[in-house]
Design a protein around this ligand. Structure first.
Ligand SMILES: NC(=O)c1ccc[n+]([C@@H]2O[C@H](COP(=O)([O-])OP(=O)(O)OC[C@H]3O[C@@H](n4cnc5c(N)ncnc54)[C@H](O)[C@@H]3O)[C@@H](O)[C@H]2O)c1
Ligand SMILES: N[C@@H](CCO)C(=O)O
Length: 360
């Protein structure tokens, strides 16, 4: 970005949790470098579930939401108006996992505010809402959601580029859960499965409620997002999902689930023993075929299978397309965690910034 092409972007962050806080840290660290390169980022508000702060005069305080000067009850309409009022280029970043926040995207886009999010609920929610969001992206107003699929890995953009250059998606398959990848890699019987789930939660790999990962729903959402990117009208209810969460745990509150999840230990120990007896490994896999049939399951794979050699939170996404037919295109790497996810969101912000008109 050259200094002769200066532009300013007013940014409001919704959801200063694990990913949102990591993003604020990354933005702060990059601010001087970006300003030198011609992009002035004005982070002018942070909204959490109950309270928000709006711009204050001290730029340092703008980044430290815990010590903000002016806290007030969260009001997303007021928040969006405030960010929009700071500059002619405004961006809202939704780092919550909240459906109500996702319900505002179409309205914000229609107001001329760009939206970026790692929240999967809009992309995998009702088709009608999804289409309204897409329809609201006109006249240079952008909606980007790269980090909804495999965190910071370039998955959505890779698919977009394939399609935009005339390729045709035939199938997607692979491992789409960083949490389940990490759990399958670490679960060797030396610790109870539930202890590893708690650790994955502390490391920031899981969804706010880890049952979203263990139930397979988080991966099902990613399949729906990719299918819709390819123009296929897939809905969440059409994905065949094998859940690891028994009905007794599914019925609990999120807090009680964290307390009672030891119930997972015995069935998971049984699955591990079965995998070992067959000379295989447990891997959480998913697929979407050319007929729109989508499936998510915990499988026993032979020890020689390429997925058996992945590490830590590695995700693998295999795109089979008309061009990449005999040898699918692979995207692989860490697929969960606050830092890599925040970087995926930051990348979307930079792509939007690149497309902005230069300041008059
Ligand atoms: N953690 C990861 O590795 C990862 C990877 C990819 C995508 N994501 C997605 O990123 C999002 C955030 O994940 P996280 O791990 O940071 O979760 P988190 O629970 O740590 O943070 C969520 C934040 O959202 C806020 N929030 C909830 N409801 C809100 C509302 N109505 N208005 C404003 N703020 C609200 C909460 O106060 C919290 O600060 C989720 O949508 C998740 O699916 C996470
Ligand atoms: N909880 C998700 C985060 C990335 O979407 C996972 O483990 O894959």
């Amino acid at each position: 970005m050259s200094t002769s092409r200066r532009r300013t972007l007013a940014v409001g962050l919704i959801g200063p949790g694990r990913v949102g806080s990591a993003l604020l840290t990354q933005l702060r660290a990059a601010q001087t470098r970006l300003a030198t390169a011609g992009l002035e980022l004005k982070v002018c508000g942070v909204a959490a579930s109950k309270r928000m702060w709006l711009d204050c005069d001290d730029p340092d305080l703008n980044y430290r939401c815990d010590r903000a000067q002016i806290w007030r009850p969260t009001d997303l309409a007021q928040f969006a108006e405030h960010v929009l009022g700071q500059d002619r280029h405004a961006l809202l970043i939704d780092c919550s996992a909240n459906d109500d926040v996702a319900s505002h995207y179409a309205e914000w886009l229609a107001m001329g505010v760009h939206v970026v999010t790692p929240n999967k609920l809009a992309g995998s929610g009702s088709l009608q809402r999804w289409e309204a969001i897409r329809a609201a992206c006109c006249e240079g107003v952008r909606f980007r959601y790269e980090a909804t699929v495999c965190a910071g890995l370039p998955v959505v953009q890779t698919l977009r580029d394939l399609l935009d250059t005339g390729d045709e998606l035939l199938a997607v398959d692979g491992m789409f859960s960083g949490t389940l990848a990490w759990l399958c890699n670490r679960f060797d019987g030396s610790q109870p499965f539930s202890a590893l789930v708690r650790e994955a939660h502390e490391l920031g790999y899981t969804e706010p409620d880890p049952r979203d990962d263990l139930s397979g729903m988080d991966v099902a959402r990613k399949l729906v997002i990719l299918a819709r990117e390819a123009g296929w009208a897939l809905s969440l209810g059409e994905v065949e999902v094998q859940s690891l969460v028994p009905p007794s745990l599914a019925a609990l509150s999120a807090e009680d689930f964290m307390q009672y999840m030891d119930e997972l230990d015995s069935p998971m120990a049984g699955l591990l023993a079965r995998a070992r007896a067959e000379g295989g490994v447990l891997r959480h896999v998913a697929s979407l075929d050319r007929h729109g049939k989508a499936r998510v399951q915990l499988a026993i794979l032979p020890a020689s299978h390429p997925f058996a050699h992945t590490r830590l939170t590695d995700n693998v996404v295999q795109f089979t397309t008309r061009r990449y037919h005999d040898n699918p295109l692979l995207v692989q790497g860490p697929g969960a965690g606050p830092d890599v996810t925040a970087a995926g969101v930051f990348g979307d912000l930079l792509r939007i910034a690149e497309s902005l008109e230069v300041r008059a």
